[in-house]
Design a binder for this molecule. Structure first.
Ligand SMILES: Nc1nc2c(ncn2[C@@H]2O[C@H](COP(=O)(O)OP(=O)(O)O)[C@@H](O)[C@H]2O)c(=O)[nH]1
Ligand SMILES: [Mg+2]
Length: 232
């Protein structure tokens, strides 16, 4: 069993909903009062089970059919089945919610040192926050994707990133075109999620789980690459 500990940076303008998003995922709660994030705050996720592939059985199961036409799996076959299942792995996220206020601007890049993944947040009711997300915040995350730490073994594009729009519950106040946002995400190799952190309907979890899965895939790719280098 592997437990991967990964650092995730969450960035975006102040009041876009970064802290609410992280709190909903880690504590299943939505803060009732706004509190400005000073510098950065760290939250840890629970251990997230990441999918582990179960190898296909080599033999055709249809060979063993009982008198009623049901699949009859012999004890030896059951043993074979058990032996091909691999252990469950986990990803634990160390989430750095980085305050978007300009007072702390100079320290922001240091909070993002050695991140394994990032989340760029904008507020769907606030076009300015979308502009910042696609310029300033994307440029910052891109520089981390390109940093020597990350690109040593890898193409920079493999650092996973989410592009998240928040406050989608405020339907009458939406001001950012979701197709434009989705296109931006696609062309910059980011996964797009439209969320509302004030409702516990599982969609916030899905976004973080998606990221955990991507982080795990990058880890697997690295392991395979190192193995390949050692063997050749
Ligand atoms: N309606 C609605 N309000 C939200 C949502 N997310 C955050 N907020 C509100 O937006 C304000 C700023 O949220 P916060 O998470 O502190 O933003 P941050 O500065 O980016 O960390 C707070 O008053 C939140 O209650 C959301 O999805 N829907
Ligand atoms: Mg905050």
């Amino acid at each position: 069993m592997v437990i991967l500990r990964a650092k995730v940076g969450v960035v975006g303008d102040a009041t876009t909903g970064k802290s609410s998003l992280v709190k909903m995922f880690c504590d299943r709660s939505f803060p009732q009062q706004y509190s400005l994030t000073l510098g950065a705050s760290l939250s840890t996720s629970k251990q997230l089970a990441v999918p582990v592939k179960v190898q296909e059985e080599a033999t055709d199961a249809k060979d063993d059919i009982d008198i009623d036409g049901n699949d009859a799996i012999s004890p030896t076959k059951l043993e074979e089945k058990k032996s091909v299942e691999t252990e469950q792995d986990y990803v634990e996220l160390y989430i750095f919610d980085v305050g978007g206020s300009s007072i702390y601007e100079s320290s922001i890049p240091s909070y993002l040192e050695n991140i394994n993944a990032f989340i760029i947040v904008y507020d769907a009711t606030n076009p300015e926050s979308f502009t910042s997300a696609t310029t300033k915040w994307y440029d910052l995350c891109k520089s981390k994707r390109l940093s020597p730490n990350n690109s040593k073994l890898h193409n920079h594009l493999t650092m996973p990133g989410l592009f998240v729009s928040t406050k989608n519950d405020m339907k009458d106040f939406m001001q950012v075109n979701s197709t434009t946002a989705e296109n931006f995400a696609r062309t910059h190799n980011l996964e797009f999620f439209q969320l509302a952190s004030n409702s516990d309907n599982g969609s916030v979890d899905q976004a973080f789980l998606f990221l955990a899965d991507k982080i795990y895939n990058v880890y697997k790719e690295r392991v395979n690459m190192v193995q390949y280098i050692c063997e050749n």
